[in-house]
Ligand binder design. Sequence first.
Ligand code: AMP
Length: 498
Amino acid sequence: MKYNFHKNRFEEQTIFPYKIAIAGSDIDLTWQGLEEHCNQLQLIFKQLQIPIGHPVVIYGHKEAFFPVAMLACMHANIPYIPIDKIYPLERIKKIIESTGSQIIINCSNQTIDISIPVCINQDLQITTNQKPDYSNATYGNIADPLRYIMFTSGSTGEPKGVLISKSSLLTFVEWALQDFRFSEHDVFMNQAPFTFDVSLCDLLNAFMRGSTLVLTANEIVKNQYLFLQRIKHYQCSVWTSTPSFAFLFLRHPNFNSTYLSHLKSFLFMGEPLPNRTCVLLKKAFEGVTILNAYGPTEATIVTTLIEITDDIIQKYPLLPIGTPMPASQLLIEKNNEQDTEGEIIIVGNHVANGYFKDEELSHKKFISYKATKGFKTGDLGYYQDDLLFCIGRNDDQVKMNGFRIELNEISAQILKHINVDDAICVGLSRNNEVKKIIAFIILKQNEFAAESINEIKTSIEKSLPYYMMPGDFVPVDHFPVGTSHKVDKKVLIAQYLK
Ligand code: AMP
């Protein structure tokens, strides 16, 4: 069995209906079970009269029901908003409030302290607190309905929602079916939270082919021995993650092809892939295929792909991010004619419809190029040997441990504290990777600096996920300013390191 995302239906129902479709952190679900659960959710959606375009929140972590709910929403042309348990309650409430979502599907076995008209739990029980009112909260258009709204870190202090439509998702699906060399026999390891589209990549690849998706909860991931045991148990053949996630396993005695004999491919995305990681992986996993994929959430999962062969590892110390999918065009916008590098602009139908309720930012980042949607990535790149290379950012967005973070979102939260005059967050890098975020803070009153810093920590913890928390909070008297009259972050970091 498999799922056809174009036709929005399950196909080949009589072929391997008892094959595992989803190995969740709680239960395993066969393909037949997936279809049945999906159908049951459809009935509930109909009963609740959810209109096309009204977003439904899916809350949980790695339960089997999470992907069921995602698929059911796609099936019913209802956009979903994935929310992982790692998010603090305040952040979740803000997202629900801003979208006006009336329905939450709670895939976890815990109740959530959120006031929302309707809650559907994993046993398909419905709790109605009040009659849902969809009137002011339907988005997108019927001809090309929204598939999901994915909230990512926002530089203004609030998370921003990326609007992905059906046709954008299908552009990715078509490409993946054609060019990602996976098959129905593959078993996809899935560990990234559903709040990030790295995890959607496994899900789509598995469902479009009729393969198996193995979800692993954070509690298991943290125990490397148990995590690798789970991968071995389910005979995972495709590992998808950020490079930094895989890097953590490189020293583990079981991270090799002797123990994980079914693991044949590593698909990396979300951040730069270090050359050295590939060298070590190729040593540990004989004959393994390493794929490097690049692209922001705003262009539906990933846009470029390249297999990192031994020749490429030898030839390019900075690895290429490859070539774009056929339906996409990647332009380099240079400041001057003589420049070799510039901002990467992605053009294609897979580009998002913009940011949720943020016209100003959408206008700034989303463009129209020859009547096709385009996105200014903020990534700097260049072409060499017909391959694209990405060398960094032109703004304050960083990646730390694979997580996308707008440093200004953290500063904006710190600035809300009554005793803060100014705040700047800077990423501390080693070997071109951000290892730690330092918050430099000018306090209004210095007498109670330690107490203020503690209060700031406690207050921002309520709205920022753990991976955005600064590793250090440093009170300073002033910020050093460079010749361009901007705060000189290099000097701040140099002072910190002293
Ligand atoms: P996200 O929206 O979380 O997927 O993050 C997208 C950003 O991550 C991109 O704009 C790049 O800055 C970075 N990125 C993603 N994939 C790669 C890659 N393969 N190589 C270098 N940077 C990447």
